[in-house]
Design a binder for this molecule. Structure first.
Ligand SMILES: Cc1cc2nc3c(=O)[nH]c(=O)nc-3n(C[C@H](O)[C@H](O)[C@H](O)COP(=O)(O)OP(=O)(O)OC[C@H]3O[C@@H](n4cnc5c(N)ncnc54)[C@H](O)[C@@H]3O)c2cc1C
Length: 605
């Protein structure tokens, strides 16, 4: 059971009757509520600094908690705070010996101080390596000066406004070019006070962006720094790097001068490493959107009947049938169920590997890639589930209150935040085809999905051979770039399939379901993936045809349909109070309609 389960009954999380009334509030009021929810989530999860540094099961479970899907704005604030901000700062603590930092981290862990992470610049986006914000070392004065040299260097998106006078101070890890002795020494993170809960600190300003459409609002902002003085220790640095290029020195100024550009790329990658933790964490949260959509679609499709209303004497008693009887209703729901189960097995495995609890040896780049793979397939499945299932709920599916269209909008944000899927995929595929490293190999290279993955990679290697090992050549641009996201998805599909098969072999209960994945679920997962690139399988697997693919899928769908009610129930979403959509039950619908604003309706005498 998630540590936050009691919050569902808390006034902070409204009952289904009141949930829709939230939409009458202004975006700023709703954002304030989400902020309060994020604090409540943080306190309920009660993660220790050790949980955050070691990426403990409690850390990952807090992101698998379905409460994140109830209000992704609160989830966003929670994960920025505990992963990006606190996670980055924690990693420097052992090297700083700074009691003030230790005290700040303790307060942040208790949610008394809010943490933000300012990396992206409005004028640079994915091209963060070329950011312009600079921190200049004042020679002889012993401090840094943090400055936004032009509006395009404003930090984009982190919600740094003290809106709502909530009184919770905010600090941020701000990435800036380190300038020492007029020399650009590369990008480093700096700890910066942003506001005291009511007022911005001197030299720091922020402009509030309008809300994103469709999502629960977050107060995204653009943040600027005007010659903000920072103490020497504000720069976060692993001292071992400083000593690599110069003699160890007690003088901070001396060690800062000793840093050389050769180290800066590594320092930046290390400092930004919580971004890939975030990519994986966000993908765990996104998986809840698949389960919630499938659950709502399943319940609605049983409730929604077609045919003449019984009671009419001319009509036979079994005149109405639920729309779940139609294959067009079943297919997207059952596919989502199968994908969610397989993803649970994959997420169980990938979090263990990422945290170093699985014997597979990883490096920073491999962990980064695994996070990218996880994010690519989870968002792919979640967006598909929210979109297709909400369509199958007709007009109801369009309403925010029925959750699916809102979650779909929020998934679009997740796809971009903490590693834009396409951008990360381009880098990953280029590195793989240039054999810079390799990802965990398939346990079953003869499986359909492993052959597909290998086939797509081989095609790219052929193209790369023709163009030379230049990832910026016109040939690469034309033929490899458009394939990258698809390849990363193919890698993820194979890994997820392997993880599911392995979990069955070892009789492991996946996620929090308490059950081993039934075979028909894995078959349906495989069939649904083959469907995504039918042409490749028909071209490359002897004897494959569209008819054969269809038959495999139909058989698997039939198997899953028989146990779908049980599979959905095992998620515990209805019981736990996570299904807030009024269309999920007659009672919820009745309560919802009763709560709607009413006009007229007086009895005519
Ligand atoms: C919900 C949300 C929360 C966020 N929170 C934070 C936060 O807390 N802190 C923070 O620092 N940032 C945050 N961000 C910003 C996020 O990190 C950036 O949006 C992301 O890095 C992409 O930058 P961009 O939006 O400027 O896109 P751009 O850089 O403009 O990219 C747009 C598109 O251009 C193409 N493109 C760009 N470069 C290349 C290339 N080299 N090769 C091929 N195609 C390319 C891709 O199609 C890409 O999708 C957040 C974003 C979102 C959506």
């Amino acid at each position: 059971m998630p540590r936050t389960s009691h919050l569902i009954d808390d006034p902070l999380y409204y009952s289904h009757l009141q949930e829709w009334k939230l939409y009458e509030r202004t975006p700023k009021e709703r954002a304030k509520l989400s902020f309060e929810r994020s604090i409540a989530m943080g306190r309920a999860n009660n993660l220790t600094l050790k949980d955050i540094v070691t990426l403990s099961p409690a850390f990952w479970n807090s992101h698998r908690d379905p409460i994140l899907a109830l209000d992704a704005a609160a989830g966003t604030l929670y994960t920025i705070h505990c992963n990006l901000a606190l996670g980055t700062l924690c990693s420097y603590l052992p090297y700083c010996h700074d009691p003030e930092l230790a005290n700040l981290l303790k307060r942040m862990a208790k949610m008394e101080v809010n943490g933000q992470f300012c990396m992206t610049e409005i004028g640079h986006g994915l091209d963060a390596e070329n950011m312009e914000t600079r921190a200049t070392w004042s020679l002889g004065k012993g401090h840094w000066v943090l400055h936004t040299p032009r509006p395009e260097a404003g930090k984009y998106m982190p919600p740094t406004t003290p809106y709502g006078d909530h009184g919770v101070p905010c600090v941020a890890t701000v990435f800036a070019k380190m300038i020492v002795d007029e020399e650009d020494q590369g990008i480093r993170p700096f700890l910066v006070n942003i506001h005291d809960g009511k007022r911005m600190y001197e030299g720091v300003s922020t402009r509030l962006l309008p809300p994103r459409e469709g999502s629960n609002p977050v107060l995204h902002s653009i943040t600027y720094f005007e010659n903000v003085k920072l103490p020497a220790g504000a720069m976060l640095e692993y001292p071992s790097q400083a000593s690599e290029s110069g003699p160890p020195s007690n003088s901070f100024e001396q060690s800062a001068l000793n840093l050389r550009l050769t180290q800066s790329k590594l320092a930046f990658e290390l400092a930004a490493s919580r971004v890939s933790v975030g990519a994986l964490a966000l993908s765990l949260g996104a998986a809840s959107a698949i389960k919630i959509s499938a659950n709502i679609g399943w319940l609605y499709s049983w409730r929604r009947l077609v045919g003449p209303v019984p009671g009419d004497k001319k009509v036979k008693s079994k005149s109405q049938i639920p729309i779940i009887s139609f294959s067009t209703q079943q297919n997207p729901i059952l596919t989502a169920v199968a994908r969610a189960y397989v993803l649970d097995a994959f997420h169980d495995w990938v979090t263990e590997v990422f945290s170093g609890r699985d014997p597979y040896p990883t490096t920073l780049r491999i962990r980064h890639s695994l996070a990218a793979v996880s994010k690519a397939i989870t968002i792919q499945f979640a967006s598909h589930a929210c979109y297709t299932i909400s369509e199958r709920c007709g007009a109801q599916g369009l309403f925010h209150v029925n959750m699916m269209s809102r979650m779909h909008s929020e998934l679009r944000g997740i796809a971009i935040a903490e590693g834009d899927i396409l951008g990360v995929a381009i880098r990953l595929v280029n590195e793989l085809i240039l054999n810079k490293y390799s990802l965990p190999k398939s346990r079953d290279p003869g499986s359909l999905l492993a052959r597909h993955e290998q086939g797509l990679l081989d095609e790219c290697r052929e193209i790369m051979k023709a163009s030379g090992p230049n990832h910026r050549s016109p040939l690469t641009n034309t033929y490899i770039l458009p394939r990258c996201q698809k390849i990363v998805e193919a890698i993820g599909h194979r890994m997820a399939y392997d993880a599911a098969v392995e979990s069955v072999k070892r009789q492991i209960h996946v996620g929090t379901t308490g059950i081993v994945i039934p075979e028909c679920v894995i078959d349906l997962f495989e069939a649904s993936i083959v469907r995504l690139d039918e042409g490749w399988y028909i071209e490359n697997i002897p004897g494959f045809s569209r008819k054969m693919i269809e038959e495999k899928e139909v058989k698997a769908l039939g198997g899953v349909m028989k146990i779908a009610g049980y599979l959905v129930e095992r998620w515990g979403l209805v019981k736990g109070g996570y299904i807030k959509a009024p269309i999920a039950s007659d009672k919820m619908w009745g309560n919802f309609v009763e709560g709607l604003e009413k006009f007229g309706g007086h009895t005519i005498e």
